[in-house]
Design a binder for this molecule. Structure first.
Ligand code: HEM
Length: 163
C-alpha cells in the first residue's frame, strides 16, 4: 500500500490518525525528523509548488524550522510547536493555517510526491513509513480548498476528528 494517494472529495468527512510514536523513535527522534523535513523542503524548492513558499532565504528557513517542530510534536515527540497554536487544537490550527493559500488537488499530489521522495531516503521499516504516510495522505485532504470547478471549500475541523 506504500505511497498510494486517494482523491479528495469536496466536503467529505476525512478521518485521520496521528503517526505511531514508533515511527518517531525509529527515525531517530528530533534529529531524524529534522533531517527528513529539511530534505523535504529542499525537494519542495525544486518542485512545481515552490512558488507557494517564501522565496526569501531567511523566511524559508523559518518555515523549515516551524514545520520541523510541528512534525516532532505530531509524531509523538516533545510539544515544541505548542506555543505557535495560540491555544487552538493542533490539528485545527494546522488546517486553518493553510486557508490563506489556494491549495488544489494537484498541488496536494505534488506536496505528497515531495514527501515520498524524502521518505524513500529514510532507512527504517516500511510499515512505519506506511503508517506515517497514512497520516499525511488523509490529513493533506483537509488542506485542499480550491477545486477544478472554480469553487472553494474550507474543511471543518469538527468533521474530521481523529479516528
Ligand atoms: C499532511 C499535510 C500537511 C501538513 C501536516 C502541513 C504542515 C505544515 C506546517 C507545519 C507548516 C509550517 C507552519 C508554520 O509556519 O507554523 C506548513 C506551511 C505551509 N504549507 Fe503545509 N502541510 C500540509 C500540506 C500542505 C499542502 C498539500 C500544501 C500545498 C501546497 C501545503 C502548503 C503550505 C504552505 C504554502 C505553507 C506556508 C509557507 C509560508 O509560511 O509562507 N501544505 N504546512
Amino acid at each position: 500500500m506504500s505511497y498510494e494517494v486517494s482523491r479528495v472529495k469536496k466536503g467529505e468527512n476525512v478521518k485521520f490518525k496521528h503517526p505511531n510514536p514508533a515511527f518517531y523513535k525509529a527515525i531517530g527522534k528530533e534529529d531524524g525528523i529534522r533531517k527528513l523535513m529539511y530534505d523535504f523542503y529542499d525537494i519542495i524548492y525544486e518542485s512545481d509548488i515552490s512558488h507557494f513558499f517564501p522565496q526569501d532565504e531567511d523566511e524559508f528557513q523559518m518555515v523549515k524550522e516551524k514545520n520541523t517542530k510541528f512534525f516532532i510534536q505530531i509524531c509523538g515527540g516533545p510539544k515544541v510547536y505548542e506555543d505557535e497554536t495560540k491555544g487552538m487544537n493542533l490539528d485545527e490550527y494546522m488546517i486553518r493555517l493553510h486557508d490563506e493559500f489556494s491549495i488544489t488537488e494537484k498541488s496536494r499530489y505534488e506536496w505528497l510526491g515531495c514527501m515520498e521522495d524524502a521518505l524513500r531516503k529514510v532507512d527504517i521499516p516500511q510499515e512505519l513509513k506506511d503508517d506515517f504516510w497514512a497520516y499525511l495522505e488523509s490529513f493533506s485532504k483537509l488542506t485542499v480548498n480550491s477545486f477544478s470547478d472554480g469553487s472553494t471549500y474550507y474543511a471543518a475541523y469538527t468533521a474530521s476528528k481523529e479516528s
